[in-house]
Design a protein around this ligand. Structure first.
Ligand SMILES: NC(=O)c1ccc[n+]([C@@H]2O[C@H](COP(=O)([O-])OP(=O)(O)OC[C@H]3O[C@@H](n4cnc5c(N)ncnc54)[C@H](O)[C@@H]3O)[C@@H](O)[C@H]2O)c1
Length: 420
């Protein structure tokens, strides 16, 4: 296939094996694949996807294709692409992919533009870069757009900002906000894979170390929980009083980052915010501290400030840059400040992406099935879809649950009955 830009088609066989391996852990998506192959609810629909190019995303692309769609894929981060997966999608599934691990910013956007040259009628984003490009550079595509979906918190924040500025010109479903997405993917997925990325990158023991988590949202909760499980002393820093309170009652020490920085062996950001680890913190961080980010963009740690402060930089391991400062301290930045779980490991475990991507497929079908185009708003995933994904996942896990009796249903919808 010539309409693609990947690193090496020769990696395809390895990629295909890993994609199949991941699918074994994705029973909900497997079930959907069979269902949509019979019904073809997306027949003829061109879908432009800007997602992390991982084994799980490959299975999402296969499911869209089984549903009759024509997906085209680029990366949602320059460092998260798995080149063997990109090759397998091109060689075996004939899906155009434009993504090369380590691509420059220029190529990152060139690849987004290549996807848009396929004139998609639906966008599927992780971080809202594709939809932003449509709105700013390719407004000619907007009349033909049925809608879009968005995978992550940062993307949903950007979309809501577009709505506030009256800039959003087609409907989008916030897949991130489905309960079967962020309760599990952001918490357990980011929790496990962030620790995985840190350990693969450094092989440093966590037990007994001081581990600071910046941001106690869905991702931060998972990271803190898993770091604690490794025996680290976990500190949480927050700006939201409710979440700070929750972290305190979950058993973590809570303090400003300006206090935590000087005592931390690890500082990990998961805020979706800019320069949360700033120059003032870098000035007091202790020698040998490992700095990592799991938020969507590479802006959470002020890397330009770190570079300006450093007198020397070397790369002792493939995902580690060690900066030596003029006072002799060495700070270790993982994965260039990009999301460490995808850049230094493989991203979330497949079993959790199973639910996230089932929501993507069902949301795409929901958009395509609307009799007329929905309004230019950010929509929640319909509750029925969320419930269906939870039920399918439980069934796949072999877990059965109770159901309400008629008397209980009546009791729960009445108000007259009080104390018995
Ligand atoms: N690495 C991954 O694979 C992955 C997966 C899901 C989400 N994400 C990304 O992770 C980020 C966080 O997502 P989330 O779902 O946890 O969001 P969230 O909104 O639930 O949590 C973010 C938290 O950060 C806090 N925060 C903001 N600025 C801060 C500051 N200066 N100091 C301390 N805390 C601060 C907020 O108060 C909030 O509690 C987003 O960028 C999201 O897109 C990454």
């Amino acid at each position: 296939m010539s309409d693609c830009d990947i690193k090496d088609p020769g990696l395809a066989a390895q990629g295909a094996d890993r994609i199949d391996w991941a699918l074994q852990e994705m029973p909900v998506l497997r079930g959907l694949m069979d269902r949509v192959a019979a019904q073809r609810p997306l027949a003829g629909l061109r879908v432009g996807a800007c997602l992390h190019v991982t084994t799980e995303t490959a299975n999402l692309m296969r499911t869209l294709k089984a549903a009759g769609a024509a997906p085209v894929l680029c990366a949602s981060n320059p460092l998260s692409t798995q080149d063997d997966v990109a090759a397998a999608l091109v060689e075996y599934d004939r899906i155009p992919v434009f993504a090369i691990r380590g691509e420059s910013t220029e190529f990152y956007y060139r690849h987004i533009r290549a996807v848009l040259d396929h004139r998609p009628a639906m966008t599927m984003d992780d971080g809202a870069d594709l939809i932003t490009e449509v709105h700013t550079q390719r407004a000619d595509l907007i009349p033909g757009m049925l809608g879009g979906t968005e995978e992550t918190t940062t993307g949903v924040i950007r979309l809501r900002a577009m709505v506030d500025a009256a800039a959003l010109r087609y409907p989008v479903i916030a897949v991130n906000d489905a309960k079967t997405k962020h309760f599990f993917d952001n918490r357990y997925g980011t929790g496990q894979s962030t620790l995985d990325g840190i350990i693969r990158a450094t092989n440093v023991l966590l037990a007994g170390k001081t581990f600071t988590v910046v941001g106690y949202g869905w991702c931060g909760r998972g990271i803190a929980m898993r770091a604690k499980g490794h025996g680290a002393h976990v500190i949480v820093t927050e700006v939201d009083p409710l979440r700070a309170l929750e972290a305190g009652m979950d058993g973590y020490r809570v303090m400003p980052l300006a206090e935590a920085a000087a005592q931390s062996d690890f500082i990990v950001t998961a805020t979706g915010d800019k320069h949360v680890v700033d120059e003032s913190h870098l000035r007091i961080v202790k020698d040998g501290c490992v700095l990592a980010n799991s938020g969507h963009f590479d802006v959470e740690i002020n890397v330009p400030a770190l570079e300006a402060m450093a007198v020397e930089r070397r790369r002792p391991r493939s995902s580690v840059d060690e900066y030596r400062l003029d006072d002799g301290r060495r700070l270790r930045l993982l994965a260039e400040g990009r999301l460490v779980n995808l850049a230094a490991a493989e991203g979330h475990p497949s079993a959790v992406m199973d639910m996230s991507f089932a929501n993507q497929v069902l949301s795409a079908i929901h958009l395509a099935a609307a009799p007329t185009r929905l309004e230019n708003r950010v929509y929640d995933v319909p509750a029925e879809i969320d419930d269906e994904v939870a039920r399918l996942k439980l069934a796949a896990m072999g877990v059965r649950i109770d159901s309400l009796t008629d008397a209980q249903r009546h009791y729960l919808s009445s108000w007259q009955a009080g104390t018995g």
